[in-house]
Design a protein around this ligand. Sequence first.
Ligand code: FES
Length: 254
Amino acid sequence: MGDFVRVATVGELPDPGATVVEVDGDVIALFHVDGAFHALDDVCTHDGGPLASGELTGHKVACPRHGAKFDIRTGAALSMPAVRATRAHDVKVEDGGVWVRLRSGHGVDGPVGQAPVAKPAPLPIAAPAASASSTGAALPAPSATAAGALCEDSVRELLKQVKDPELFVNIVDLGLIYGVTLAPSAETPGKQQVSVDMTMTSPACPAGPQLIGDTKRALAAHPEVAGVEVRIVMDPPWTPDRMTDDARDQLGIF
Ligand code: FES
């Protein structure tokens, strides 16, 4: 562990307020809330967002990129899409100054409990039916036997092919599917129209368009599907409680 480094004078940072300081070559977010100072790595563990620029609400700061929240006192990740803490550091006030000492230990390198991940290959989805996106990659159509007769359960099985591109967990186990509805197609007798109510881990989720496209393509590949509609539902908001145990294992959340 290094020495304390003076990074600011007590009066220069408003309360509440945040700024960026440099300590031993590291970029640190310094927060001033309720008369106390707190220091975190200025790095969101989701995808590197600058936490000092985020919105501060009490002792929570929201990453300005996709909205993950962190506790400024501990660095704990409080909401998706971040699943692990950012590093918190020691702070003291002395001689009219604010001093920070870097803590060693786990920082932002590598997800906790999650194997280092390579970016997954694009979803191998079959040449879509008429309703599928023309921008999607081709994927072999599942046979009726493999996919099962079309029903809510088989739809959910097909949707397990669709993975969140940032978390690498399928959207069913993440708890993003709020509902599945099947109805006979008026235009194509013998086939069904599928409607999926889907949510996102955050309103600003950048993966939304990809997840919608992948969902349509995955379902359109089933021979009994005439068309697919995906409705985005933000109420009730998604929470980590909706994840299955499998998803928690994959994300290293215990
Ligand atoms: S980079 Fe912070 S939530 Fe995505």
